[in-house]
Design a protein around this ligand. Sequence first.
Ligand code: SF4
Ligand code: SF4
Length: 351
Amino acid sequence: MLFHFYKHIVSRFTRTNPSNIALLVTEHCNARCVMCNIWKDGFSAGVELSIDNYDELLSNRLFKDVVNVMISGGEALLRKDIEQIISCILTRLPRLKRITIATNGLNTDLINKKMLKIASIVNDFNGNILLISQISFDALTEVHDQIRAPGASIKVKNTIDKLVDLRNKYSFYKISAGCVIQPMNVDEAEGVFDYLKLKNIESIFTVICFDDHYYGNSEIEELYFKDDKKNKLKEVLKKIEHKEKNIGKKFLYSQFRSMLDGGTNNRGCPALSDTITINSTGDVIPCLNSGGQKYGNILSENVRDIWFSADTRITSRAIINERCAECMFACGVGYFNALKFAIRTIGGRFF
Ligand code: SF4
Ligand code: SF4
């Protein structure tokens, strides 16, 4: 923990080994989300990295300080070798503390089967590693079906119930849920928060973001908040911020509200300095809002050389200057910025 905090401070001033890896292991997806075109485009994405590619990649000394791995897709659990990827992560990363696997929660049987196996692998390896399933959950009603896929609301609830059984079995296993707020579900977001709280499931709420390269959604008119829906969004974020106990998430929601009122992003996003993001074909990308830019590809260059290259620094500096101020992607918050928010919030109660 102390080491991670120290690294976070140092990484603000100079480029260091990353603490976090985001692996987008596939672009195949069985959902049909209205805010994302991956399910249309994914099958032409190219050849996915193999297990040998992952093994070689993660053996690189660049990753010796990694504590968090976030796995997503597409639908990551559709990868037939996902268990092997997890084994490889466990074996190759000496400081690892947490693996999070994002899932759309739609194929209950497959998810349950895969997570049972993965939990058993983690259990055999080392019970000190936190394993998290992060499930997409946008609405309690058929609105979730309209957003994600037919029958999605029932399927996701069934998946949650199955995974709760797994949670009861392993203390290192947790469930969390992510809700993307957009005009279609803004009236339901607070209900989702309350439902998840009742089930003892951590939640993270984000506001719909637009991107032409990854989600391919910037031209979908109905995803944009206008007038009364925008006011509703601010109101909901305020309520969720008030109910949420985690100071980092409170800060995130307060930032979203401030940006909706014309403010700029002041989250201290660690995505460019402390997280390395690698897509399914081996491209090292700055973040999900980098407009199709990439630092390099791990199949043709050493990943350490890519991470520390002068071009990478120039690209990431350009993103900070040109994109971060307006960005609402939930790419994380900086410790210092969250701390300042906490001091202001606590101070505000007394003065
Ligand atoms: S948002 Fe996620 S679950 Fe939905 S289609 Fe895109 S990758 Fe699949
Ligand atoms: S704030 Fe947005 S644009 Fe900037 S690094 Fe984070 S995700 Fe990328």
